[in-house]
Write a protein that binds this ligand. Structure first.
Ligand SMILES: Nc1ncnc2c1ncn2[C@@H]1O[C@H](COP(=O)(O)OP(=O)(O)OP(=O)(O)O)[C@@H](O)[C@H]1O
Ligand SMILES: [Mg+2]
Length: 217
């Protein structure tokens, strides 16, 4: 699908959690962080959108229901700006120090939500998102796969994106799985309905061999 080659950091380890709303990304990224820290690894747990100063403003705009309708291109560019700032000021410096960087959402979320979810061409969204991130890829992306009806029911509140139709969220889910199937070396797809500890164990099995590139402090 993609004509972008992908760049992989040669120090540090870059792990990403992707999946729909309520699929367990924050739960699993926290469990992985704790496990790595117990073994003495330097870990940075971060997220998109919003984990920089300008990113907090961008997150408020894209997720607040008060924003109302945004043109699809505007939404895509706001997410891309968040990613550019996040990669340059947070992710790349931490990888350079040899940290394990765990991010809760990354480029695949924009390809799935703005590309597959909205009526934009995925190739165009991908161009913007790859450019914004220097085409830096995670060594491993864990896709927590879940029926959107199930995931959305894990919540009461709805933000701008969570409030989209089930069909929208079905397209998002299919996009995550398709990206994973196209590149099995860099992806792990897990059934998000499984037990939390069982999911965490499967994540550890895939992350373990990557840790040769990480530093212990
Ligand atoms: N495997 C699981 N089985 C059942 N419930 C789970 C599982 N994983 C997480 N949960 C619960 O589902 C809810 C959503 O989990 P979490 O916040 O980790 O998802 P998320 O993917 O980060 O959601 P969001 O997209 O809103 O950030 C939480 O209440 C969490 O405790
Ligand atoms: Mg979360």
């Amino acid at each position: 699908m993609s004509t972008w080659p992908g760049t992989y950091a040669d120090t540090g380890v870059f792990v990403c959690f992707e999946g729909g709303e309520g699929s367990g990304k924050s739960t699993q990224s926290g469990i992985l962080r704790d496990w790595l820290q117990e073994q003495g690894y330097a870990v940075l747990l971060t997220f998109e959108p919003g984990d920089t100063i300008v990113g907090r403003e961008l997150r408020r705009i894209v997720l607040s229901p008060e924003t109302g309708q945004l043109a699809d291109r505007t939404e895509t560019l706001l997410y891309a700006a968040d990613k550019a700032e996040h990669v340059d000021t947070v992710v790349v410096p931490a990888l350079g120090r040899g940290d394990v960087v765990i991010t809760d959402r990354y480029v695949d979320s924009t390809l799935a939500y703005q590309g597959a979810g909205r009526s934009l061409l995925v190739e165009e969204v991908e161009h913007v998102a790859r450019w914004a991130t220097h085409d830096l890829r995670p060594h491993l992306t864990v896709v927590l796969d879940l029926d959107p009806r199930h995931g959305l029911s894990r919540f009461a509140g709805r933000d701008r994106i969570e409030g989209e139709s089930v069909e929208f969220h079905e397209r998002v889910r299919a996009a995550f799985v398709a990206m994973a199937q196209a590149d099995p070396e860099h992806y792990l797809v897990l059934d998000a309905r499984a037990d939390i500890d069982e999911i965490a164990a499967q994540v550890r099995d895939r992350v373990g061999p990557l840790l040769a590139q990480a530093v212990r402090r």
